[in-house]
Design a protein around this ligand. Sequence first.
Ligand SMILES: [Zn+2]
Ligand SMILES: [Zn+2]
Length: 340
Amino acid sequence: MFAAKITGKETVEIQEVPIPTLEKGEVLIRMKASALCRSDLYRYHGQALFDETGAEIITPGHEPAGVVEKLGEGVDKVKLGDRVAIFLGLGCRECEHCLHGEVILCSKFNCIGFQQDGAHADYMAIPQENCLPLPDSMSFITGALSTDVGGTLYTACKRLGVNGAMTVVIFGVGPMGCGGVLMAKAFGARVIAIDLDEKRLALATELGADVVLNVKQGDVVPRIRELTGGKGADRCIVTGGGNTLNDALNAVAKYGQVGVIAESSSATINPSEQFVRKLVSLTGCWYFNRGDWDEIASFIVDRNIALEKISTHTFGIQDAKKAFYLFDHHETQKVVFVWE
Ligand SMILES: [Zn+2]
Ligand SMILES: [Zn+2]
């Protein structure tokens, strides 16, 4: 089988590797869709987002969907031919977080595509518990996008208590932010989308954003205040880098909430002015709990959420080099590898 490997800085190679053998409780997934993610680019640029352990080069890819092709010993929760998306992580199965299904909080958390082979490959092996059943009407591309983009943004909106009486500002409308526009609209909110790229703002409008603001046309904070009767945004969701966390903290209303999805290692903020005296809550949002999948998948299917529109480019795995290059150069929204 073939797998895309990041073999050096900004270097992607297609390698022929053996089809993985199955451990007890694992299944073999024949890949159908595997989305590229900003966090793949940390590896592509030579920095690890999570510690990597193996001496071998780990196959990237943590947003997949496919078909169960083979069952390992003792597998009883999925069957051959099941259409599934894949939950990205594995925990110790014993700590309080794992027992609650909050695998992403486990101190021994292992992520596919980082600590073990991921999904930018024809096949992957995964424990049966990581299989997320796809509703019949959900395509493989939507299934893949329903994990990191759909699941994270659904969970963020829920955690932030987004509702129809609120104005929600999405800072940054790359793929995550586009997911934010779709989800916040589906939760009923009025949505303002912010970016510096007109093409991205045009897509945000197509996805349902009520107002789009380009950062290049001046400070967005007074414009958000104007659009909210001077009050500020009820909720802000930060998916972009640069100064967007500060913009969000400045634009959020008293008693408002800011959800942070964008990964970064440092930021300078002014706690007194930006949240202490406004009684603002700041919430970290990342992925979702395994037990929430059925709720997330039903929400996406029942409300016809157009996640597939975020995927502007699809490629076969053989074109991985080109796919990474275009994705890295912001020529695309979500890029998805697809298989026949
Ligand atoms: Zn991701
Ligand atoms: Zn654990």
